[in-house]
Design a protein around this ligand. Structure first.
Ligand code: HEC
Length: 340
């Protein structure tokens, strides 16, 4: 019978122990060194976001969202952008993998280790339309949305406002207004439009349409801004007086700010002329409904970056139809649910 000799056993156990110690310390060492390598790489992969603006986070969410939201990725959750001690950084390791965002690196925008606002807006101008891939021309917009002027399933209103002295004719699908109205109470008294909603804003001068602005709601809840010129071609900026506006940078600034604009601010009253001429909503006086205007407070609340008061006007129109005994059952239910 084999018997374990105590001396040999001790020697074997000792050898095992030494091998065990060597292996675990080897494992530990490689792990630590890997971690510190990674830590170093992480830090050096960050570029400081130097926008010098109070709404830096909103800007980062909006613009990075333009490149990521269709892939259902979030700039912050995905680690493309990081917030450390109240400062913002872009992570080169992450953006390297995105075909267009990687141009921040390859086109040299991050060379000095920081990204300032001028650099970032230049990058946006270069790549935004390419990434958002809007309809290639106005005809395609019409076809894609099965829209044509005069289509009664679209609501429209004529306005002279702050964007331009040209007359603006703004269109939105009635179904989108009904969706916003239907969700109003459930959404905490906010008018939120469904993803994919499109607003079409035409600029008219001397009975010709000189250009068309478009806003389209993205899956991440923000809106894209596009411009089409008089021939229906995509354009980087508007031409209507008094001031050219660049898409999307200037559009986003105004549409997300808190400033109140005429003629919406004075509605249901009439606005005074602005520095470049009249400010007016061209609507039937019967739609200047005080109660409805106060109920939604639509322009001031601007729950969804939309500045016009389309729901206020549409509901006022429905109330008018109800008065005339000309309201569909569906619209009656909508009004009743709103308590109007
Ligand atoms: C000076 C502020 C300002 C700027 C800049 C601006 N907008 Fe507007 N926008 C408004 C206001 C106010 C309205 C509502 C009244 C109107 O239609 O004129 C509006 C309305 C719109 C609408 C209809 C939906 C809505 O929000 O009521 C579209 C579409 C639109 N703008 C697109 C654009 C585009 C595209 C740009 C950039 C090229 C742009 N806007 C720049 C203030 C601005």
């Amino acid at each position: 019978m084999d018997r374990i000799v105590p001396g040999r056993w001790h020697r074997t156990r000792g050898a095992f122990l030494i091998i065990y110690i060597i292996i675990t310390s080897l494992l530990l060492w490689t792990n630590i060194s890997c971690k510190s390598e990674k830590g170093k790489a992480d830090e050096s992969s960050l570029a400081f976001v130097d926008f010098d603006k109070s709404n830096t986070e909103l800007l980062l969410r909006y613009y990075f969202g333009a490149y990521l939201s269709d892939r259902d990725e979030d700039a912050f959750e995905g680690g493309y952008v990081r917030r450390i001690d109240g400062k913002y950084f872009v992570d080169r390791n992450k953006i390297r993998r995105s075909p267009l965002l990687s141009r921040l690196i390859t086109d040299g925008y991050l060379e000095d280790g920081a990204l300032d606002w001028d650099e970032f807006s230049a990058f946006i101008r270069e790549t935004y339309y390419q990434r958002r891939n809007p309809y290639p021309d106005l005809n395609a917009v019409y076809e894609g949305l099965t829209f044509h002027p005069g289509d009664s399933s679209w609501f429209h209103v004529n306005v002279r406002g702050v964007m331009t002295t040209a007359l603006r004719r703004v269109y939105v699908r009635k179904a989108a207004l009904k969706a916003a109205l239907g969700g109003y109470l459930a959404n905490g008294r906010r008018l939120l439009y469904p993803v994919g909603t499109t607003f079409i804003g035409e600029h008219w001068v001397d009975s010709s349409r000189i250009e068309t602005t478009v806003m389209s709601k993205r899956p991440d809840g923000f809106w894209d801004f596009f411009i089409y010129g008089s021939e229906g071609q995509p354009a980087g900026e508007t031409i209507a007086p008094p001031k050219k506006l660049k898409a999307p940078i200037q559009c986003f600034g105004c549409h997300t700010g808190g400033k109140l604009f005429e003629p919406e601010k004075s509605f249901p009253g009439f606005a005074k002329d602005g520095p470049h001429g009249p400010r007016a909503l061209y609507v039937d006086d019967r739609l200047r409904n005080k109660e409805v205007a106060a109920y939604f407070d639509e322009h001031r609340k601007r729950s969804d970056m939309i500045l016009g008061i389309y729901n206020t006007l549409y509901v006022s129109e429905m109330l008018e139809r109800r008065r005339n005994g000309d309201l569909s059952k569906e619209d009656e239910t909508l009004l009743n649910n709103l308590g109007l």
